[in-house]
Design a protein around this ligand. Structure first.
Ligand code: GLP
Length: 240
C-alpha cells in the first residue's frame, strides 16, 4: 500500500488526477471506477482542468461504485444524477459509456449480477477512485462486509444515513438500502486510488493503513491490493 501525504485537499485532487491522467494518456479507452461523495470532487476538478489542457477523456468508460435503492434516477441525490452532474458533465465523458448500478430494478440481485457482468465485459476497471466513510466504508461496503463480496444489496449503517442526510430534506428520506460493488469487486480493479481529506477521516485512515485487515474497517481490504495508493492531506494523516 502506497501512502502519499500532501498539504491539503487541492493537492490531494491534483495528485490523484495526475495518476488518472497518466493511465488515460497511456490507454485512451481506459475504464475508470468513479466514486461519489465530497472526497473525490477536487480530483474531478483537477481532471477537468487537465481536460481543458488537452487530456482526451472522450473514449474512457466509467463504472460507479454504488447507488441507493428505490430513488428515481432523476432525483438530484440519486447517484445516477450525482455522477452525471459531478463527473460526466465536467469531464466531458461519453454518457453512453458510463454505468451506475440500477437501484430501481425489480430484481436487484439480477441487477447486481448484471453489473458485475458489465464490468467484466468492459475488461475490468483500470483505476478505481475511492473515498472513505468515517466508519471505514468504501463504496457502500459497511463494516462487517465480506472481504470477498461482489456487487449486492446492502443495508446502510445508521451512521452513513446520518452522514448523508445533509443531502436530503430529512433523515427519513435517506434510503435504507443500496446496491454497491463488493470489496472483492473493488480488489479486482487493476489500480485503486483512495482519496481523503480532513481530520474527520483521520481515524478511519489510521485504521485502514495501520490496523489489521478487517471487515470492521472495510477500507483495510486495500492492504491486500497489489497497486493501492492512499492520497491524503495532513489533517487526514494526523493519526498515522
Ligand atoms: C458515501 C459514498 C462513498 C463515499 C463516502 C464518503 O456515502 N457511498 O463512496 O466515499 O460516503 O463520503 P464523503 O467523501 O462525502 O465524506
Amino acid at each position: 500500500m502506497e501512502v502519499v501525504i500532501v498539504a491539503g485537499p487541492v493537492e490531494v485532487g491534483a495528485f490523484a488526477a495526475g495518476r488518472i491522467a497518466e493511465i488515460v494518456a497511456a490507454k485512451p479507452e481506459a475504464v475508470l471506477g468513479v466514486a461519489t461523495g465530497s472526497s473525490p470532487l477536487e480530483t474531478y476538478r483537477a481532471l477537468a482542468a487537465r481536460r481543458d489542457a488537452g487530456l482526451d477523456l472522450s473514449r474512457v468508460s466509467a463504472f460507479a461504485l454504488d447507488e441507493y435503492v428505490g430513488i428515481a434516477h432523476d432525483h438530484p441525490e440519486s447517484y445516477h444524477a450525482v455522477v452525471d452532474r459531478e463527473v460526466v458533465q465536467p469531464l466531458g465523458l461519453d454518457a453512453a459509456r458510463v454505468r451506475v448500478p440500477n437501484g430501481l430494478a425489480a430484481d436487484l440481485d439480477a441487477a447486481a449480477d448484471d453489473y458485475e457482468a458489465q464490468i467484466a465485459a468492459a475488461g475490468g476497471v483500470d483505476v478505481q477512485l475511492l473515498g472513505i466513510g468515517g466508519n471505514g466504508h468504501i463504496g457502500f461496503n459497511e463494516p462487517t462486509s465480506s472481504l470477498a463480496s461482489r456487487t449486492r444489496v446492502k443495508t446502510l449503517a445508521p451512521a452513513t444515513r446520518e452522514a448523508n442526510a445533509r443531502f436530503f430534506d430529512s433523515l427519513d428520506q435517506v434510503p435504507m438500502h443500496c446496491l454497491t460493488q463488493g470489496l472483492g469487486t473493488i480488489l479486482d480493479a487493476k489500480r485503486a486510488l483512495l482519496v481523503a481529506q480532513g481530520a474527520s477521516k483521520a481515524h478511519a485512515i489510521a485504521q485502514i493503513v495501520e490496523g489489521p485487515v478487517s471487515s470492521m474497517w472495510p477500507g483495510s481490504v486495500l492492504q491486500l491490493h497489489r497497486h493501492a495508493t492512499i492520497v491524503i492531506d495532513e489533517a487526514a494523516a494526523s493519526e498515522l
